[in-house]
Design a protein around this ligand. Structure first.
Ligand code: FER
Length: 292
């Protein structure tokens, strides 16, 4: 456990949050005291393809969205030896502000998961990587930080719950209950995961936020009823780089959880920036904890 004090100028936080700072980081941390959970490095090779192990498969699907009124794409990872006579839990894995349904492939989720399965370290699961921008033009084009684009990320809550989840649960051999659904994501997708996961306790039991962005709601909004969250949520897990100016989105939630007795993990990735080094580590760890 490491106790640190993050200090910065609150008045500048909003402004600075929109400015890329040194090392590709976002600036702006309101003052908050937080206790991080221990960082344990992922083993060498966790994200490197291995010969001679069973491999999962990646495919792309299209589904009709009543929310957006368009046909939308998602990338799917099916675990090694996916078997239609069995049922699988599902992890919805969400991308960042500059990405789409393909962005997570930069983090080689198939390799990370194949390697975990080779060591029996994770429950076999389907991973769904959707496009988290619920807009007719869902490409990361133009002013990706603009209000309309950001609103598309908020609207995705309905597309996910009303359109995508029913599609996935009809097309694949999945469990269809809360205890077998997880949502996690990077940056904007981390904010979405915390917002949608904690905001729909009846739908998601496992929630992960990696380097969550300023779309993350305030802790009091995310957890309006401490007892209800404690009862329904089975995992609230976060990671953020020590050199990522967006840490405050995660640390304020961690501080609230600690104060209110809500089980919650926040790991500070040493020297971590706002990139796939941290996000791959996030998936590697979150996937081992989900559905257990
Ligand atoms: C912001 C800084 C970063 C913001 C969003 C981000 C909506 C998202 C970053 C990412 O997804 O990588 O001020 O505001």
């Amino acid at each position: 456990m490491k106790r640190i004090y993050l200090s910065a100028v609150i008045a500048l936080a909003t402004l600075a949050a929109h400015a890329q700072m040194g090392g590709g980081m976002f600036g702006g941390m309101p003052q908050i005291e937080v206790t991080f959970n221990d960082y344990v490095a992922a083993p060498d090779g966790f994200d490197k393809e291995q010969a001679g192990i069973a491999k999962g498969t990646i495919e792309e699907v299209e589904y009709k969205s009543t929310t957006v009124g368009t046909t939308r794409k998602a990338t799917i990872y099916l675990p090694p030896k996916y078997d239609k006579t069995k049922k699988y839990p599902v992890l919805y894995l969400l991308h960042g502000i500059g990405g789409d349904h393909k962005e997570w492939m930069q983090g080689v989720p198939n390799i990370i998961m194949d390697n975990l399965y080779a060591q029996q370290k994770a429950v076999p699961m389907i991973i769904v990587m959707p496009n988290g921008r619920a807009l007719p033009n869902d490409k990361p084009e133009g002013n990706i930080y603009g209000a309309e684009m950001v609103a598309g990320f908020e609207k995705f809550e309905r597309d996910l719950i009303d359109d995508l989840i029913p599609f996935i649960e009809s097309k694949y051999s999945t469990y269809t209950d809360q205890a077998h659904r997880a949502v996690a994501g990077l940056s904007m997708g981390g904010g979405q995961s915390l917002n949608f996961g904690l905001g729909n306790l009846d739908k998601f039991a496992y929630v992960g936020g990696f380097s969550s962005a300023p779309n993350t709601k305030q802790p009091e909004q995310l957890i309006p009823d401490v007892e209800a969250t404690k009862k329904a949520n089975k995992l609230l897990w976060m990671v953020c780089g020590s050199r990522d100016g967006l840490m405050f989105n995660s640390s304020r939630l961690k501080a609230f959880c600690d104060k209110n007795g809500v089980p919650c993990t926040l790991i500070q990735y040493p020297e971590g920036q706002h990139n796939f080094v941290v996000w791959k580590y996030g998936l590697y760890n979150f996937a081992q904890l989900a559905f257990k």
